[in-house]
Ligand binder design. Structure first.
Ligand code: GLU
Length: 326
């Protein structure tokens, strides 16, 4: 806990949750700095969680390297980091609960089955656009063997209640019920029709790995995260996560999605499109760039600051800019 904690400090717990698929780059440093500043601006705690459930995409040693990069930037978590790979039992318990309550079901479909079913419905896949799962296994496996587990995003209970009356109005009601509203501290009011946009999404994958959506919700709940601050590219995951929180009966954190950093080609910087690792020979320079991306004003004396001074100035600026004071 920081000194001079603001009122509400006990309740604020933030986190940075990198996937160790590559070292931090200019874009991920923005999310790290933003989540750290928000925690400090609220006098709260800041945690780091290594999201290494998607093991084939993780690079050995990158977790430690990221922690070192953060420390070089003066961003040190208030508790030892957690690794998702050590938390399978927690995800299994959550899945068991969802199954027992009728919110999750086994799915036998391969990628090819899903594409064929979508094509049969006349849905053409646009480049990069994932089509919603057509719901083939929602009402049973029809003798096939389950490979993955999916969340019933079409609201199982509502559908069941409507089942005897398959009128058009009943169908409309059940779809309207899948509209998830939420409010982002930077982007304002948001909504997504979860069933239509993503459909019944995967919780446990056919390759035996836990899906990001389930792991992140279970961990945020177990760690008591009150505020999620992360990149805007993750904003459209939020409605799925809220649905899961509601189904599991855990609190929904507040969300703030930060501006994305684009490369020279105008595309979002990401490990996938080859963003270079940060040059941390001068961490203040890298952090200044991240602070600029967050819309924070330049330091008063740009060449005459220790890392600690600079971070302290940005906490004050953050509080003004993002109304961080509780
Ligand atoms: N592990 C995710 C990533 O590195 C971030 C997840 C999150 O902040 O919710 O993109």
């Amino acid at each position: 806990m920081t000194e001079g904690a603001a009122p509400g400090a006990a309740r604020y717990i933030g986190r940075f949750a990198p996937s160790p698929t590559g070292p931090l780059h200019a874009g991920s440093l923005v999310a790290a700095l933003a989540s750290w500043l928000d925690a400090r601006a609220h006098g709260g705690r800041w945690l780091v969680r290594i999201e290494d459930v998607d093991t084939p995409r993780c690079m050995p040693g990158t977790d430690r390297f990221i922690l070192q990069q953060l420390a070089t930037c003066g961003l040190v978590p208030d508790a030892p980091p957690e690794w998702q790979s050590a938390r399978s039992a927690h995800y299994q318990r959550a899945l068991d609960q969802l199954v027992a309550q009728g919110h999750a079901y086994p799915c036998a479909c391969s990628r090819k089955d899903i594409e064929d079913a979508q094509a049969a419905l006349g849905h053409a896949r646009e480049r990069h656009a994932a089509l919603p799962y057509p719901g083939t296994c929602r009402h049973g496996l029809q003798g096939r063997t389950g490979r993955s587990w999916r969340f019933n995003a079409t609201d199982f209970k509502q559908k069941q209640a409507l089942a005897p009356d398959r009128s058009a109005q009943a169908a409309t009601n059940s779809i309207a019920n899948t509209l998830q509203h939420w409010s982002d501290r930077r982007l304002g009011p948001q909504q997504q029709d979860v069933a239509r946009t993503v459909g019944d999404f995967v919780l446990h994958r056919a390759d035996g790995l836990w899906a990001y959506q389930l792991a992140v919700v279970v961990d945020d709940a177990d760690q008591g995260i009150s505020d999620v601050v992360r990149g805007e590219d993750l904003a459209d995951n939020t409605p799925r996560q809220i649905r899961l929180q509601q189904a599991l009966g855990v609190p929904t954190p507040r969300y703030l999605h930060t501006p994305l950093v684009c490369g020279d080609n105008g595309e979002k910087l990401s490990k996938q499109n080859g963003a270079r690792a940060l040059d941390l020979a001068d961490p203040l320079q890298a952090l200044s760039q991240a602070a600029r991306a967050l819309g924070l004003p330049a330091l008063e004396h740009p060449h005459n600051n220790s890392l600690g001074d600079a971070l302290a100035q940005w906490v004050v600026a953050w509080r003004r800019h993002y109304n961080g004071s509780p």
